[in-house]
Write a protein that binds this ligand. Sequence first.
Ligand code: GLA
Length: 386
Amino acid sequence: MIELKRIKELFRQLYSGGDPIYCFFSPGRINLIGEHIDYNGGYVLPLALSIGTYGLIRYRDDDIIQLRSLNADGEILINLSKDIKYDEQCKWSNYPCGVIKYLMDEGYSISGCDILFTSNLPINSGLSSSASIEILTGYMLLYRAFQDKINRIDLARLCQGAENEFIGVNCGIMDQFSIAMGKKDNAILLDCNTLQFKYIPVHLDKYSLIVIDTTKKRSLSNSEYNKRRIECEKVLHILRKHRNIENLCKAGIDDIYDYVGDDTLRRRARHVVTEQKRVLESVEMLKKGDVVSFGRLLAASHESLRNDYEVTGIELDTVVFEALNVEGCIGSRMTGAGFGGCAIALVENRTIDEFKKQVSKGYTKKTGLRADFYKCEISDGCRFIE
Ligand code: GLA
């Protein structure tokens, strides 16, 4: 747990000056199921976590923004009357800087402020630390004028735009949306085509969701991610010669066998279409309280991401394999973009300790890496704390 009092003290030491200092929280996210289909117009099922990024802010009456993070070196100074540019040297600050720039470009009137970030999310591990800091920055800056009337969906869209264009990662809307719109004890069934959504209560009976960090930092992810998107666009282009479909998630499996000749493209598309089906089935299973069938769908999703979409890698495959081998684990899969980062597992409560022990042992033996575990608690989206 973050000690806000201590962080406020640090804030006062780093930036002289008085009160008020406001505190905000922005969660990380996991995606229960529906991976790599947000940018194909599909349904996804993410949720906001109780771990995330904290932001302390003191508003100023000039055009200067100062940014610091307790998780990284360096102080960033922004003059709002000058153009904000991407900075190769200081990677983390590009996320808040991009959002500030996009807010101003959209015509919001932004005033100066001093900000201190701190996070208890493992960085670069697929729990969306970047979308978390993006939404947090936007939320804190808009709070001065709008308080709890901030339009969260507009903010999610704006932050996605900043990530696509300012950072250069062509991500979908899922991460920003779930971090802005999360609801305690619920997952969000989001139609990424229309942004219509429904909250789905997550009752897991005698099971818990465990997040397993492979501690393999996500590598290759941006270039491979963008490559997958291009492959999906190619398939859509082929299918549209024969069928009038809005996006790849609207295709049927027969369309893919009938019209897509290239083996790689066919497998990519098969993942998209079958994953879409698994999301809708998962929602039915969760509504019925059939946690065991939901677990099977998680495992099937991982298989598809490994064999057809090829975004897992040795670390995620090993951790999922080890997890499924433990008695009491009824489902496991990678979550997020893949290529390292985190997996999730559905584990019977009475075996959680044994689960951690066995997965740790097997994983370290095969990869030489350490696995970290978090019990997933589902929280509300980005918010003002005090
Ligand atoms: C990343 C992206 C999301 C989504 C997932 C994969 O987290 O930011 O938009 O595409 O990967 O499902």
